[in-house]
Design a protein around this ligand. Structure first.
Ligand SMILES: [Zn+2]
Length: 324
C-alpha cells in the first residue's frame, strides 16, 4: 500500500518534503506514573522543551528535515508536550503508535479484551487504528508508524498480543511497522516469522536495532526476507561501538543491500532511564547530530558516494514511510 502523504505534528507533508530523515528517535522518554509520584530531579519541562528546540534547530542546520519520534505507550508518549516543540522548529516531527513492552502489558489489558473479565474487542487495536486514522489522545496529530518490541526472551503472550494488534492496524491503514529487536539473539527473525504469519508484508517492516550486531550472516538473512535493517543506535557506545556499526554498514553496502538500510540514533533530549547527567559522562556521542557530524563524513572518507548517502538518508526512509 502506498501512503501519499505523511502526518506530522504540524500537518501533512508529501513524500518529497520528507528530505533527510532520522527514522528512530525519541524527543522525551518519560514514565508518567513515576513522574507524578517521584519526579526526576533533572526533569524541568520548560528547560527540556528549550533544549529540544535548540537541538532540532541545530539538526535542521545540518540538513535534517524529518525526525520520527518512536515514543509510544510504555515510553510515556505525550503528544501535547512534543507539539510545543514541533510548533517552534523547522524540522518536521512524525508521531508513532504502538506499545513498548518486551514482556507484559499493564494490568488493564489483562482484564480488558476478548475473553477477559471485561469482555470486548482488544483495546490495543482501537488505540492503534485511532491514533493512525483519527488522531492521538483527542488531538488531530496522527501517527505515521507502528512500533512493537521484543527482547532476548522472545515473544511472550503479551508481546504477541501487541504484534497482532499492530498487524491488524497495519493491514487496515498501511502504516509501516518498526521494531525494537534483540540483535544478539537474532530476534529479528522471529519478529519476521510472526509478522509474516499475521499478514504483514516484510518489505513494510524495519527491524530496529539490527546495527547492534556485526553478525553479517544474520543481517543478510533478515534483509533477504525484504525488511529494512535499522542501524539506529549511532553514538550509543554502551550498546556497541560506532566503529563496528560503520564497518558492518560498509560491508552491507558493498554487498548491494543499500536500499534496505536506515540510519538513526535512538537518542532523546530527555530520558529518565538514562538522564542527561549520566549521558554526559557515559554516552557523550549519543545525540541526534552524530550521523551528520561524524558517521556520514566517515562513510564518505571510506569511498561511499553521494548517491548512496542520499539513498540511506532520504530515499530509504521515504520508502519506509510512504511505501513504494
Ligand atoms: Zn527507540
Amino acid at each position: 500500500m502506498t501512503v501519499r502523504t505523511v502526518p506530522t505534528f504540524t500537518g501533512e507533508v508529501t513524500a518529497e518534503q520528507l528530505g533527510t530523515t532520522l527514522i528512530h528517535e525519541h524527543v522525551f522518554v518519560m514514565s508518567p506514573e513515576l513522574d507524578v509520584n517521584m519526579p526526576h530531579p533533572e526533569w524541568d519541562e520548560e528547560h527540556a522543551i528549550e533544549r529540544a528546540i535548540a537541538g532540532f534547530e541545530r539538526l535542521y542546520a545540518l540538513g535534517v528535515r524529518t525526525v520520527v519520534d518512536l515514543t509510544v505507550l510504555g515510553h510515556g508518549r505525550d503528544v501535547e508536550r512534543v507539539r510545543r516543540v514541533a510548533e517552534r522548529v523547522p524540522v518536521q516531527l512524525v508521531a508513532a503508535t504502538g506499545f513498548y513492552t518486551s514482556d507484559v502489558l499493564p494490568h488493564h489489558f489483562q482484564l480488558n479484551g476478548p475473553g477477559r473479565l471485561v469482555d470486548g474487542p482488544d483495546p490495543l487495536i482501537d488505540l492503534f487504528i485511532g491514533d493512525i486514522e483519527r488522531g492521538i489522545a483527542g488531538t488531530t496529530i496522527r501517527a505515521g508508524m507502528l512500533k512493537v518490541a521484543s527482547e532476548a526472551h522472545g515473544i511472550t503472550p503479551d508481546v504477541n498480543r501487541v504484534f497482532e494488534a499492530a498487524a491488524i492496524a497495519h493491514i487496515q491503514t498501511g502504516a509501516p511497522v518498526t521494531t525494537h529487536s534483540h540483535a544478539a539473539s537474532h530476534g529479528g527473525l522471529e519478529q519476521q516469522d510472526l509478522l509474516e504469519r499475521l499478514g504483514v508484508g516484510l518489505d513494510r517492516v524495519v527491524i530496529g536495532h539490527s546495527g547492534d550486531t556485526g553478525d553479517l550472516d544474520y543481517l543478510r538473512e533478515v534483509a533477504a526476507r525484504g525488511s529494512y535493517l535499522g542501524f539506529d543506535r549511532f553514538g550509543m557506545d554502551h550498546m556497541g561501538s560506532d566503529e563496528v556499526r560503520v564497518r558492518t554498514l560498509l560491508a552491507l553496502i558493498e554487498e548491494g543491500l543499500t536500499s534496505q538500510l536506515v540510519l538513526s540514533h535512538d537518542a532523546a533530549f530527555f530520558s529518565r532511564m538514562t538522564p542527561p547527567s549520566w549521558r554526559a559522562i557515559n554516552a557523550p556521542n549519543w545525540h541526534m547530530e552524530q550521523i551528520s557530524r561524524s558517521i556520514l563524513p566517515r562513510l564518505v572518507a571510506e569511498g561511499v558516494d553521494a548517491a548512496t548517502i542520499h539513498q540511506l538518508m532520504v530515499e530509504n526512509p521515504r520508502r519506509v514511510l510512504c511505501g513504494e
